[in-house]
Design a protein around this ligand. Structure first.
Ligand SMILES: Cc1cc2nc3c(=O)[nH]c(=O)nc-3n(C[C@H](O)[C@H](O)[C@H](O)COP(=O)(O)O)c2cc1C
Length: 186
C-alpha cells in the first residue's frame, strides 16, 4: 500500500525531491547565467491568451537592490531568506493601467505557473526555492513602485538548500483531492 505522505515513485525526481528549505547556504551565489535561466524558464510558461501577466524584481546579496528588499521581509522569513543567493519579487498585471478593468481573469493563475517553471528550473540546476508571503506588502510596494496595474503577489528565495525536508511535511490524500469539491453520492 502506498503511503500518501511520500511522493509516489514514478513522478519526476525534480518534483519528488523539491521542498522549501528553511536554511540556505549563504556561501553559494546565484550567478548571472543561473539568474538568466530562471527568468527564461518563467518566460516560457503558458498563459491565458498568451497574456504573460508576470514581472519580476530580482536582487542578490551585495547588490544595492537587495538592501531595498531586505528591510521589508517579516522576521519569520528574514531568518532564512536573507541567506539565499537570490530573492525574486513576483508581480502580476492585475489591471489595465490605472483602471479597475481586469487585465486578465487568470493573472494570478498564470503568475503561479511561471513561478512553478522557475522552481523546477532551479531544482534542475541544483538550487532550491522557498516561495513566501511573509513580507510587508505595502512597504515593499512603496519601495519598488510598480507601474499602475501591476501588483506584488509573492516572493521566492532561491539558493543552495542547507537543510533537509521537514519530517512534518504532509499532503491531502489523492482520494480527497478528487472528492473534496463534491458532496458524497446519495
Ligand atoms: C504563495 C505561497 C506563499 C507562501 N508563503 C510562505 C511564508 O510566508 N512563509 C513560509 O515559511 N512558507 C511559505 N510558503 C511555503 C509553503 O508553506 C510550502 O510550500 C508548503 O508548506 C509545502 O511545503 P513544501 O514546499 O516543502 O512542499 C508559501 C508558498 C506559497 C506557494
Amino acid at each position: 500500500m502506498h503511503d500518501d505522505q511520500e511522493p509516489l515513485s514514478g513522478i519526476h525526481p525534480l518534483l519528488a525531491e523539491r521542498f522549501s528549505p528553511y536554511r540556505f547556504d549563504p556561501s553559494v551565489a546565484v550567478d548571472d547565467r543561473a539568474l538568466g535561466l530562471l527568468l527564461e524558464a518563467a518566460r516560457w510558461a503558458p498563459s491565458a491568451g498568451n497574456s504573460q501577466p508576470w514581472g519580476f524584481f530580482t536582487s542578490r546579496p551585495g547588490e544595492p537592490d537587495h538592501d531595498r528588499v531586505l528591510p521589508h521581509l517579516a522576521p519569520s522569513s528574514a531568518r532564512w531568506a536573507a541567506d539565499a543567493g537570490l530573492l525574486v519579487v513576483a508581480l502580476t498585471r492585475r489591471y489595465v493601467d490605472d483602471t479597475q478593468l481586469l487585465y486578465s481573469e487568470f493573472a494570478e493563475y498564470d503568475l503561479g505557473q511561471a513561478i512553478a517553471h522557475m522552481t523546477f528550473q532551479a531544482q534542475a540546476m541544483g538550487l532550491a526555492t522557498h516561495q513566501f508571503r511573509a513580507f510587508d506588502l505595502e512597504g515593499l510596494t512603496k519601495e519598488l513602485k510598480p507601474n499602475p496595474g501591476w501588483v506584488i503577489v509573492s516572493m521566492v528565495a532561491v539558493g543552495k538548500a542547507a537543510d533537509e525536508p521537514l519530517k512534518t511535511r504532509t499532503r491531502r490524500s489523492l482520494a480527497d483531492v478528487r472528492s473534496a469539491p463534491w458532496s458524497p453520492m446519495p
